[in-house]
Design a protein around this ligand. Structure first.
Ligand SMILES: Nc1ncnc2c1ncn2[C@@H]1O[C@H](COP(=O)(O)OP(=O)(O)OP(=O)(O)O)[C@@H](O)[C@H]1O
Ligand SMILES: N[C@@H](CCO)C(=O)O
Length: 322
């Protein structure tokens, strides 16, 4: 569940007096999501999402996230648009938390993506990468290669309890990845960095919006593709669906063609993307107390994906065809 901070009717009424968006009609907490408190607000004019940023979002990063959504929306990407208050500011404080209102997007996320969904995702990802060009604020990726060993250290004495031998397996993989990533020179730009199916909305087969930009940062554009290949193209039995991978890559390439260096780097990037989510899930798994309301995500799902990539030979394993 994701309502950590309760907003009373009085809090809301006082908050909305700062905006010119009509009067509240309905207001309710949204159960999905794990990072922030989210509410769906309908006013006499339109629907909005009210987000109160909880402890995992650094307040210093909020101008990047809100500015990025505005930049992308102005360039035609279907993503939430931060709503400015009467004073021209989108970032406010509510119940002691940083807070913002963004526009509501219609659509539902898909649980079992088809190849058609993967193609739509690939196209939208390339459009996002194009639209991100020219965005002036920088945000390094704290969860790229330099961030992985500290996460592994945080889990270290406890990870073998999750899977025997896990600590040594992670250490060996990090040795490999640190060298492999150091050798990469790839086109960079703004990436979403968490574009899992729960962050992509569809109306029927049509992709209607991208949400949750709170991991967005500057990094290799192809790293975002690798994150999506991992999140969208594995089946529940953990086999990689080459048809879905091919659909994603072809649709992406039709908008933003991949360079030879990016294609060659995909297996390394996919291993990196696998260990990134393995590690963050592992730390959360170990640190979340029993009985907490937050749903814990399985780190071993990403260990299995990592092992697939360790065996894979070249981008053809993802369905890449030149
Ligand atoms: N602009 C929007 N339009 C429509 N629905 C939205 C919008 N923003 C968020 N939602 C809904 O709220 C839910 C939670 O939002 P979001 O994914 O941003 O939360 P979060 O706390 O950052 O969680 P997580 O990082 O786990 O995805 C989404 O799954 C979606 O149902
Ligand atoms: N997408 C992340 C969760 C938080 O963004 C994961 O599946 O591990």
């Amino acid at each position: 569940m994701a309502v950590y901070t309760e907003v009373t009717d009085d809090d809301l009424a006082a908050f909305l007096r700062g905006y010119d968006i009509g009067d509240a009609v309905t207001f309710k907490g949204i159960a999905e999501g794990v990072e922030n408190s989210n509410y769906l607000l309908a006013t006499t004019r339109a629907r909005f999402i009210l987000t109160l940023y909880e402890k995992r979002v650094a307040p210093a990063d909020l101008p990047f996230f809100l500015g990025l959504m505005e930049h992308l929306a102005e360039r035609g990407l279907s993503c939430p648009l931060p709503v400015k208050a009467r004073d021209g500011e989108a970032l406010k404080t509510l119940c002691g938390r940083p807070a913002a209102l963004v526009t509501f997007l219609d659509g539902v996320s898909v649980r079992r993506p088809t190849a058609g969904h993967c193609a739509a995702l690939g196209q939208a990802l390339a459009e996002l990468h194009r639209a991100g060009q020219g965005f002036s604020i920088r945000r390094p990726n704290a969860l790229s290669v330099e961030g992985w060993r500290p996460l592994a250290e945080a889990a270290r004495s406890r990870s073998d309890a999750v899977a025997p031998g896990l600590d040594a397996e992670i250490a060996a993989e990090l040795d490999h990845l640190e060298a492999a990533f150091a050798a990469l020179e790839l086109p960079r730009g703004v990436i979403h960095a968490d574009l899992f199916p729960n962050n992509v909305l569809f109306l029927g087969d049509r992709l209607s919006g991208l949400i949750d930009f709170y991991f967005a940062c500057d990094d290799a554009l192809a790293y975002d593709i690798a994150i999506c290949l991992n999140a969208w193209c594995f089946e529940p039995d953990q086999s990689f669906n080459v048809t879905k991978g091919r659909a994603l890559l072809a649709a992406y390439g039709a908008i933003r063609p991949l360079s030879a260096a990016e294609v060659a780097a995909l297996p390394t990037l996919a291993r990196g993307a696998a260990i990134r989510f393995l590690l963050t899930r592992l730390v959360d798994w170990l640190d979340t107390p029993p009985g907490a309301l937050v749903k814990k995500l399985d780190p071993l799902e990403y260990l299995r994906k990592l092992r697939f990539h360790q065996q894979a030979e070249g981008a053809a394993a993802f369905g890449w065809t030149s």
